[in-house]
Ligand binder design. Structure first.
Ligand code: ATP
Ligand code: MG
Length: 440
């Protein structure tokens, strides 16, 4: 992308309503624009990152065996009456009436819709296990939307729903999602700690929240320091095999949110292993048995001919919240530092003199080669001052910058800068391109 043709509305100052660093940086970097409390337009840079996170989440859901669908954002109130949640949900649910006076709502989650799909099509134990997921906008009329995408009213969520014939199957489904989540966060450059959690209005017994430690997090959390660097399974993990050793490695160590905190159990840990911190919830998984299948009549025929309500679980990831969480975990005074996996562009090419023919030729060459290598570069070909170009490039946090000017070119070199470390090197254009395109 040539910056002169792009839409990157960078702000010098962060608007004062932005209280935390990720919110300030997202606004300054022109990633999004608030249209209403907790409701955003996604601008090109923000949209690119959102799509990249979504792609990682999707790949790991697919790898675990879940199957993608897309459910509507507007749902009928009647389905929620069947589960008994329509009245119980309260003011967080945005209720709508259509022109025929039919009651609808903007879905805050989708247990009812997916249970309706299940009961319509699935009849037999032979069709199980099944896990259906979607990545769809949700709406919750939060009392206090704040911190930008961290607590929005409209936000993007991945929500998966598992269906099994028995508890053993349901536990396997839970373990698959548990491991898929560990892999997802790891690929996003994050250390997420699974913590025992309260099940709240979704119901059920088994539940974990996946938490990123950050001083700006909304919840108080307590955990064993060992959890900060346990190994996460690689790509070759066998989702059909026994995942309980991996899950046990995490769940056998102390970790809980404040609602579930057990002071005595925590105090039993050696002092140097006790981590008491704040955290951002980036995912939440539940196993809740027949809470929805029973009232909504989602049953399967068993081998002995009897019919039995199916056992369910639900598994959410806050896709849009993750952008904020990644920035909280990875930034410096100059701006964002994107992990490679979600960087909106793979590299920046900065022309220090767009009016110089040799500089422009070198920049075009770099731009063409990086594009051909799939690095999706952002080429700053504008007439802005070099200082402003450096500041913008640091702010938007691309992993690499190749800075090209007439003096260097006369000596046969360009400057290669690594955003994460700030390291700069003078190298030939060819070796700069080779460094940026080599496999990590
Ligand atoms: P919270 O405790 O933060 O209000 P929740 O427990 O109500 O969240 P879940 O129903 O578990 O949320 O939703 C699954 C995931 O969706 C959460 O783990 C979180 O990452 C994300 N999420 C929930 N509410 C919001 C919101 N208002 N804005 C952005 N993301 C959200
Ligand atoms: Mg939750």
């Amino acid at each position: 992308m040539r910056l002169s043709r792009y839409f990157l509305p960078i702000l010098k100052e962060a608007p004062k309503e932005a209280e935390i660093v990720s919110h300030r940086l997202m606004l300054r970097a022109g990633m999004m624009r608030q249209q209403n409390a907790g409701i955003y337009s996604w601008l090109p840079l923000g949209l690119k990152v959102l799509k990249k996170i979504e792609a990682v989440v999707r790949e790991e859901q697919d790898r675990s065996g879940a199957v993608e669908i897309l459910m509507p954002s507007i749902q009928p109130a009647d389905l929620w009456r069947e589960s008994g949640r329509y009245d119980a949900y309260g003011k967080e649910m945005l209720r709508i009436v259509d022109r025929h006076e039919r009651e609808m709502l903007y879905g805050p989650t989708a247990e009812e819709v997916v249970t309706d799909i299940f009961r319509t099509y699935v009849r037999s134990y032979r069709d199980l296990p099944l896990n259906l997921y979607n990545i769809q906008w949700k709406f919750r009329d939060e009392v206090r939307p704040r911190f930008g995408v961290m607590r929005g009213r409209e936000f993007l969520m991945k929500d998966a729903y598992s269906f099994d014939v028995d508890q053993a199957g349901a536990l396997r489904a839970y373990h698959k999602m548990f491991v898929a989540y560990l892999r997802t966060y790891k690929r996003l450059g994050l250390t997420a700690i699974p913590m025992r959690a309260d099940t709240g209005p979704i119901g059920g017994k088994l539940s974990h929240e996946f938490i990123i430690l950050a001083s700006t997090g909304e919840s108080a959390v307590f955990c064993d320091k060992d959890l900060l660097d346990l190994p996460v399974p690689g790509e070759d993990v066998d989702f059909e095999g026994d995942l309980s050793p991996v899950v046990d490695m995490f769940t056998s160590r102390y970790a809980a949110t404040d609602e579930m905190h057990d002071e005595a159990a925590f105090a039993a840990l050696p002092e140097e292993r006790r981590v008491s911190a704040r955290g951002i919830e980036v995912g939440h998984i539940f196993s809740f048995g027949t809470k929805y299948s029973e009232p909504m009549g989602a049953k399967v025929a068993m081998p002995d001919g009897s019919e039995q309500p199916v056992i369910m679980g639900s598994y959410g990831i806050g896709v849009s919240r993750l952008i904020g969480a990644i920035i909280e975990a990875s930034h410096d005074d100059a701006g964002i530092i994107w992990p490679e996996s979600v960087a909106p562009f793979g590299a920046g090419v900065i022309s220090l003199r767009p009016d110089d023919a040799a500089v422009t030729a070198a920049c075009e060459d770099a731009y063409a080669k990086l594009s051909a290598a799939g690095k999706d570069p952002l080429y700053d070909d504008t007439a802005a001052r070099p200082g402003a170009k450096f500041a913008s490039m640091d702010l938007i946090g691309l992993p690499w910058q190749i800075i090209i000017g007439p003096k260097g070119l006369a000596d046969g070199v360009v400057e290669l800068k690594r955003r994460a470390t700030g390291d700069k090197e003078l190298v030939s254009l060819e070796s700069a391109i080779a460094r940026v395109t080599e496999k990590a």
